[in-house]
Design a protein around this ligand. Structure first.
Ligand code: CP
Length: 296
């Protein structure tokens, strides 16, 4: 297994291995095995990123990889070179593996066809299709707190429709037999395929939930037909202290980042004792180190 395009393609045994190694990496960081020595990895990010790109870069350098940072804006794509020719060109430069973020939903299929069997690939987010390493680090963080996920009660709040994190997370939670997942937010942001869903917050409606997974409004993926009254969204669904009191939520708060403070979440809630948001970021570094170790 050296092509990580989506969670649905992965066996649970493999994920277990990734999680076990993540835990070992966390204990011994920064003393990791230099499995990347003599190998070159290329990071290609067609969209902005802080967490995913820099954690892969940091992990890869710690593992001894030579890291190439491909910037589409400053590449020959600007002179009309195609995506396919760009990949072929980098392969000719003896790149051993790629980490790619791209706005197109099905780019991973195209990439997998272009890459030889011995070249590894990790999808770092494609359109609103998948973000497998985010799904893995989120579920790893849940396992760190709860160990057994079968009985876990997860509520996903906000812009579910435009999220690539959600499909990866729910596929992975299902692999761990977690089935109590529901969705909260405006109807316009949660399509029927995400069920059960709720578009209002009754008193104590989140009192028995373990995880509240909060999503940013991903405006960059809105189509012309999508609309949202942001003031109403903030009034009804912003996770602030009043919201927590009203809904009775007393579990852990998660967010894949980046957060829009003052929109879907307030600063005091993001910084509270119940927030796992920075733990997610830290685990992302360990998990990506583990994943590169296993597939490179
Ligand atoms: N969660 C996530 O993918 O964050 P970045 O866009 O900062 O990588």
């Amino acid at each position: 297994m050296n092509k990580i395009a989506a969670i649905s393609h992965l066996q649970k045994d493999f994920i277990d291995q990734v999680f076990e190694l993540t835990s070992e990496v966390a204990k011994k960081w920064p003393n990791v095995e230099k499995v990347g020595t003599g190998k070159t990895i290329c990071l290609l990010f067609w969209e902005p990123s802080t967490r995913t790109k820099l954690s892969f870069e940091h992990a890869a350098k710690m593992l001894g990889f030579n890291v190439l940072d491909f910037s589409p804006e400053h590449s020959s794509l600007k002179k009309g070179e195609s995506f396919e020719d760009t990949i072929k060109t980098l392969l000719a430069m003896k790149v051993d593996g790629f980490v790619i973020r791209h706005p197109e939903d099905n780019i991973s299929k195209k990439i997998e066809k272009l890459l030889p069997a011995n070249v590894f690939y990790i999808n770092a987010g494609d359109g609103n299709h998948a973000h497998p390493t985010q799904g893995m680090l989120d579920v790893y963080t849940m396992k760190e707190k709860f160990n057994e996920l079968k009985e876990l009660k997860v509520t996903i709040l906000g812009d579910v429709n435009h999220s690539r994190v959600v499909p990866s997370q729910i596929e992975l939670l299902k692999k761990y037999s977690c089935s109590d997942i529901n969705y909260l937010g405006p109807e316009s942001l949660i399509s029927e395929k995400f069920s059960p869903s709720f578009s209002s917050t009754a008193e104590n409606c989140l009192a028995n939930r373990d995880i509240l997974f909060i999503l940013r409004i991903q405006k960059e993926r809105f189509k012309d037909s999508d609309s949202l009254n942001e003031a109403n969204f903030i009034n009804d669904f912003q996770v602030n202290n009043n919201f927590l009191t009203k809904t009775g939520f007393n579990g852990y708060l998660m967010h894949p980042g980046p957060m829009n403070i003052g929109a879907e979440i307030t600063n005091d809630v993001a910084d509270s004792d119940k927030s796992l948001i920075l733990r997610q970021v830290e685990n992302g570094l360990y998990l990506r180190t583990a994943l590169l170790t296993l597939i490179a």
